[in-house]
Design a protein around this ligand. Structure first.
Ligand code: MFK
Ligand code: FAD
Length: 510
C-alpha cells in the first residue's frame, strides 16, 4: 500500500567495506608502507561517501554540451562541462591519483599498488573522470620513458603538470588514435598527415573520430609524415607519435582544432567524447619516424590497466550495493540475505570480482618492479603478457556481472534515478575501448609469437604462485585444475603457432 517505503541501498566506506582489498594490500606491501596506505585509503573512502559520489552523480546528470558559435556567429567551440566534472578533476589531482604512481619520494616498487587501489575506490564515483586520468597516466609514463634531451623542454614541463598534485596547475592528457576507417587497425586507418615546419615541429591535418575528455590540456596522437617529395609510407610503419597542446598557451584558443560534434553515446555520457577536425594543429614529433605505434604502446599498456581497474570497480560497486540491499529488502517473508539462492547468486559475483581485483593488483606489482628497475626478464615478459589478458578478461566479465547485479534489485535496478542503470551502461564500454576483446586476443598472440620464451615465463610465474604447501584438499584440487589448464593452453598455443594462423582464441574462457 501507499505508506510502505523501501529502505534504499547505501554506500559504505568502499575501503572499509571491501572484503579483500586491505588483506591483499597487507600481503603485497611492506608493513609500515601498508599502514600509511591503509590510512590514506580509509580517509579517501570517507571522502567518496561524503563528497565524491554525489559529485559523480551530478556530473552524470549534467551532461557536457558543445556550443559552436557565440551570439555573434564567431566559431568558438565552447565545451560546457558540469562544475562537478571540474571539481572531480581537482580532487583527483589533490588526492594524487596520478602523482602517487610517479612520486620519487615514495617506495618505487610499491607505489603503483597504492595508486591502483585508490583508483579502484574512485572509479564508480568518479563521474568518468577515471577516463582522463587513465590517459594522463599513460601520457606521463610515455613521456617519462622517452629520455628527452633539452630540446624537449615543453614536454618536460608537460610531464611535471601531468603528475602534479596542485589542483590549479595539474593537467590532463587526451589520446587520439581512432579514425573513421579504423580504431583497431590504426596502421591502415590513420589518415592524419604531418608536414614539417622546422624545429621538430609539424602541422597535422586529419579527422579524429573518437576523442574523449576533450577538455584536456595536451594530447598524444598519431600521424603520417609527408616527406619533402610529398611521399608517405602506408600502414603502421608510416606512423609517428606527436605531442600537442590543445590550446595556445597565451591566447587560449584551440590549436588548429575544430570540435565537430560530441558523440551521443549509450553510456559514459558524463564524458565529453568528440569528433575533431585537425586543421593545421601545431605538434611536436616525439618518436622516431615510423615508430608511432610501439611508442604509443607505453600509453596503451597503462590505460589498459586502468580499464581493468574500472571494470573491477564497477563489479565491486554493484555487489556492495546489492549486498547492502539484501539486508533491507524483504521477499517472501525473509530478508533477501536469508535466502540461500540469492546468496548463491551474490557469491558467484563476489568470486569473480575478487579474482579481478587480485589480477589488477598483480599487474601493479609487476609494473612497480619494472619501474624500480628490479624486474627480472621473466617479470617483464609476464607484465607484457598479462596486460592484454587482464584488460580483455575483466572487460568481458564486467558486463554480465553488472547485469546480474542489477537484477538483484528487481524492477528498481531498471529505474534511472536509482543511479543503478548507468553502472551497466558505463561498464559496456570497457570491453570496447582501449582495444576490443578480439584485438587484445591477437595482442596476446603477438606476444607469444615473439622470439622470447613467453610461455615458459608465464608457466614459471604461475607455478611460483601455485607453489603452495597445504593440506587443504579443495585448494590442492584447484591448483591441479590450474596446472591442467596450463598444459591445455600450452598445447593450444603450440598448434596455433605451428599453423601460423591468427585465429581468435577466447583467452577468457580458457
Ligand atoms: C576508465 C578507464 C579508462 C580507459 C581509457 C579511456 C579512453 C579511451 C581511449 C581509447 O580507446 S584510445 C584508443 C585505443 N586504441 C587501441 O587500443 C587500438 C587497438 N589496436 C591495437 O591495439 C593494435 O594491436 C595496434 C594498433 C596497437 C597495432 O596494430 P598493428 O598495426 O598490427 O601493429 P604491429 O605491426 O603488429 O606492431 C607494431 C609495433 O608495435 C610492434 O613493435 P616492433 O615494430 O618493434 O616489432 C609491436 O610489437 C608493437 N606493439 C603493438 N602493441 C603493443 C606493442 N608493444 C608493446 N605493447 C603493446 N600493447
Ligand atoms: P573496429 O576496429 O571496426 O572493430 C569492429 C569489430 O571488429 C570489433 O568487434 C573488433 O574486435 C573486430 N575486429 C577488428 N579487427 C579484428 C581482427 N583482426 N580479428 C578479429 N576481429 C577483429 N579512441 C581514441 O583514440 N581516443 C579516445 O579518446 C576514444 N574514446 C572513446 C570513447 C568511447 C565512449 C568509445 C566507445 C570509443 C572511444 N575510442 C577512442 C575508440 C575506441 O578505441 C575504438 O572504438 C575501438 O578501439 C574499436 O575500434 P573501431 O570502433 O574502429 O572498431
Amino acid at each position: 500500500n501507499g505508506d510502505f517505503f523501501q529502505e534504499q541501498p547505501s554506500l559504505p566506506n568502499p575501503y572499509l567495506s571491501d572484503p579483500l582489498l586491505s588483506r591483499a594490500l597487507s600481503r603485497l606491501l611492506p608493513t609500515e608502507y601498508f599502514t600509511n596506505v591503509s590510512k590514506d585509503l580509509e580517509k579517501f573512502g570517507n571522502r567518496i561517501v561524503n563528497e565524491i559520489d554525489n559529485l559523480g552523480r551530478q556530473a552524470e546528470l549534467e551532461e557536457p554540451k558543445l556550443e559552436h558559435q557565440d551570439a555573434w556567429g564567431n566559431r568558438v567551440d565552447n565545451l560546457i562541462v558540469s562544475p562537478a566534472w571540474n571539481k572531480l578533476k581537482k580532487i583527483a589531482a589533490e588526492e594524487g591519483l596520478i602523482s602517487i604512481g610517479y612520486d620519487e619520494k615514495i617506495d618505487i616498487k610499491h607505489r603503483r599498488i597504492h595508486q591502483l587501489a585508490k583508483l579502484y575506490l574512485f572509479g564508480p564515483s568518479s563521474g568518468l573522470v577515471s577516463c582522463p586520468l587513465a590517459m594522463t597516466d599513460g601520457a606521463a609514463k610515455t613521456i617519462k620513458e622517452m629520455k628527452l634531451d633539452e630540446k624537449y623542454e615543453e614536454l618536460k614541463n608537460a610531464y611535471t603538470r601531468l603528475v602534479s598534485t596542485n589542483c590549479d596547475e595539474a593537467w590532463t592528457s587526451g589520446q587520439w588514435m581512432t579514425e573513421k576507417k579504423g580504431g583497431s587497425d590504426v596502421g591502415s586507418g590513420c589518415d592524419t598527415y604531418a608536414t614539417e615546419i622546422g624545429n621538430g615541429k609539424y602541422l597535422l591535418n586529419g579527422y579524429k573520430w573518437f576523442s574523449s575528455a576533450i577538455d584536456a590540456d595536451v594530447c598524444l596522437t598519431l600521424a603520417r609524415v609527408i616527406d619533402k617529395n610529398g611521399n608517405i609510407i602506408p600502414g603502421s610503419k608510416g606512423l609517428s607519435l606527436f605531442y600537442l597542446p590543445i590550446r595556445n598557451s597565451e591566447t587560449k584558443k584551440l590549436n588548429g582544432i575544430q570540435m565537430v560534434t560530441l558523440k551521443d553515446k549509450l553510456g559514459t555520457r558524463q564524458l565529453p567524447t568528440a569528433e575533431l577536425l585537425l586543421d593545421g594543429v601545431e605538434a611536436i614529433k616525439v618518436s622516431d619516424e615510423g615508430r608511432g605505434i610501439p611508442s604509443i604502446a607505453n600509453m596503451l599498456n597503462v590505460t589498459r590497466i586502468h580499464n581493468a581497474i574500472a571494470s573491477v570497480s564497477y563489479m565491486r560497486r554493484i555487489i556492495t550495493l546489492a549486498r547492502d540491499y539484501s539486508t533491507k529488502r524483504i521477499v517472501f517473508g525473509r530478508k533477501q540475505s536469508d535466502w540461500p539462492l540469492h546468496m548463491a547468486t551474490l557469491s558467484k559475483l563476489e568470486v569473480e570480482c575478487r579474482a579481478g581485483l587480485l589480477f589488477v593488483l598483480e599487474s601493479g606489482r609487476l609494473l612497480g618492479l619494472q619501474e624500480s628497475g628490479e624486474a627480472t626478464k621473466l617479470d617483464l615478459l609476464n607484465l607484457r603478457l598479462i596486460t592484454p589478458v587482464l584488460k580483455l578478461y575483466t572487460g568481458k566479465k564486467v558486463v554480465p556481472l553488472v547485469s546480474e547485479g542489477i537484477e538483484c534489485f528487481g524492477g528498481q535496478g531498471y529505474i534511472e534515478n536509482t543511479g543503478l542503470p548507468s553502472i551497466l551502461r558505463d561498464a559496456q564500454v570497457t570491453p570496447i575501448w582501449e582495444g576490443t576483446t578480439n584485438v587484445l586476443s591477437l595482442d596476446v598472440l603477438r606476444v607469444f609469437n615473439s622470439k622470447e620464451n613467453v610461455f615458459g615465463a608465464f608457466e614459471e610465474h604461475i607455478k611460483n604462485i601455485l607453489n603452495i604447501k597445504s593440506n587443504d584438499k579443495s585448494l590442492n584440487e584447484c591448483v591441479k585444475k590450474v596446472l591442467d589448464a596450463l598444459e591445455f593452453l600450452k598445447v593450444g598455443l603450440y598448434k596455433i603457432s605451428k599453423n601460423n594462423s591468427l585465429m581468435q582464441i577466447d583467452i577468457g574462457a580458457r
